[in-house]
Design a protein around this ligand. Structure first.
Ligand code: FAD
Ligand code: NAP
Length: 334
């Protein structure tokens, strides 16, 4: 246990705040010995810190989950179940699966962070979410120290949502996650830009490595690398609104992009709304809105979490006023 540690290296926004206490564990046994301290104070479990914004010093215990290991649990003629430790780097795990020819996670290449956080918001990209291949996860209940297995329906996965962000918030520490992957994968290239990228790469019958490469190329071309420019990916969720709201926006913006989201509802692209409102590429001191993707707020260096939070608040108010749409933050605020 260390005291008064800067969290700058542990959050991809690069916000320089201190944690009162800091600890890490690399096994369930090591976690057990930490549990009494975890129970005593406000505790934040972290992986890669790529979905967090610190607006002030963290007065409690900041804990890094470093449980490693990837293993095959089960194999049939068509599928393989692969389990990974929560502290495995997500992209490295995806590359492991892609290289072995296990299909299902390739569209989720290059998402920052660790395996243990992936169920928290049911990470998703390019038409795929982890719920599509999720097998189970094992998590330690903080109150009892018991290890509990959660299957798909227990997790109540939704769009960037899970039971761990709602009813069971701060109650469980995810230690390992398993996925059922295909040995005869069918590519998911329904998301337009993937097809376009594959075409540009000259690939007509893609395999999972090709899809993964296409996703990596697209992401590298428009998303800032947190190592170069502090950010936490999409700052806001894409809002789901009624068709009535869409029609009202269409009366001014005929070409507003929208995607079906259940009977009577559509999903709007938050980045498009923010761009139309004129925020894209705007810089305010050391923080701003990324020049290529308006959904991403950035720290140019030396920015504070409070400045980023205040910028996000101004954007929320402006989008509500201009479009009648209430944006919700995706990034966890502390
Ligand atoms: P952290 O930021 O460390 O933690 C996030 C939350 O999970 C916190 O509430 C934390 O307490 C909790 N948590 C973490 N680990 C555990 C655990 N083991 N047990 C219990 N709770 C835990 N997200 C997407 O969904 N799709 C994308 O395409 C995507 N692209 C991104 C691109 C960029 C450039 C960046 C910077 C971020 C992107 N993100 C994306 C967001 C982020 O990478 C993911 O949400 C990722 O899963 C966060 O992982 P992490 O380990 O960094 O989590
Ligand atoms: P984009 O391709 O510019 O598209 C903008 C938005 O429109 C996306 O957010 C996406 O919603 C939606 N969209 C586009 N085509 C779609 C389709 N065929 N079906 C349904 N929805 C569609 O998006 P982008 O910002 O470059 O991101 C590409 C992908 O990576 C997206 O899936 C995005 O979620 C993911 N991503 C996530 C984060 C994060 O931090 N959460 C950061 C970067 C990228 P969805 O977001 O619902 O897919």
């Amino acid at each position: 246990m260390q005291k008064g540690i800067s969290l700058k290296p542990y959050n991809t926004f690069g916000i320089d705040v201190n944690a009162a206490s800091f600890a890490s564990f690399d096994s369930i046994e090591a976690l057990s010995t930490l549990l009494p301290s975890i129970k005593q104070q406000e505790t934040l479990i972290s992986g890669g810190g790529s979905n967090m914004l610190f607006t002030k010093d963290f007065e409690g215990l900041f804990v890094r989950n470093c449980i490693k290991g990837i293993k095959e649990i089960e194999r049939t003629e068509t599928h393989v179940v692969i389990e990974a430790g929560a502290g495995e780097v997500w992209h490295d795990f995806v590359m492991f699966c892609v290289d072995k020819g296990y299909g299902g996670l390739e569209n989720l290449s290059l998402i920052p962070g660790c395996v243990g956080a992936s169920p928290m918001q049911n990470i998703g990209a390019y038409g795929v979410e982890i719920k599509d291949t999720f097998a189970y996860l094992d998590a330690v209940e903080i109150a009892t120290g018991n290890l509990k297995r959660f299957h798909l329906t227990d997790c109540a996965f939704g769009y960037r949502e899970s039971v761990f962000k709602r009813e069971l918030k701060n109650q469980f520490i995810i230690c390992r996650v398993a996925f059922t992957l295909s040995l005869n994968p069918i590519m998911n290239t329904s998301y337009g830009v993937i097809e376009a990228e594959l075409k540009q790469m000259g690939i007509t019958t893609p395999g999972i490595k090709d899809v993964s490469n296409a996703v990596i190329r697209i992401r590298q071309s428009k998303l800032p690398d947190p190592k170069q420019l502090g950010n936490a990916g999409s700052f806001f969720k894409n809002p789901v609104v009624s068709v009535k709201v869409l029609e009202s926006i269409q009366s001014t913006y005929e070409r507003v992009p929208s995607y079906p989201a259940g009977e009577g509802y559509v999903k709007l692209a938050a980045g498009w709304l923010i761009e139309q409102a004129g925020w894209k590429g705007k810089r305010f001191g050391n923080v701003g809105v990324h020049e290529l993707q308006a959904l991403v707020l950035v720290n140019y260096g030396g920015g504070t979490g409070k400045e980023i939070y205040e910028l996000s608040q101004r954007i929320i108010e402006d989008i509500l006023e201009k479009f009648g749409v209430n944006l919700e933050r995706e990034v966890n605020i502390y």
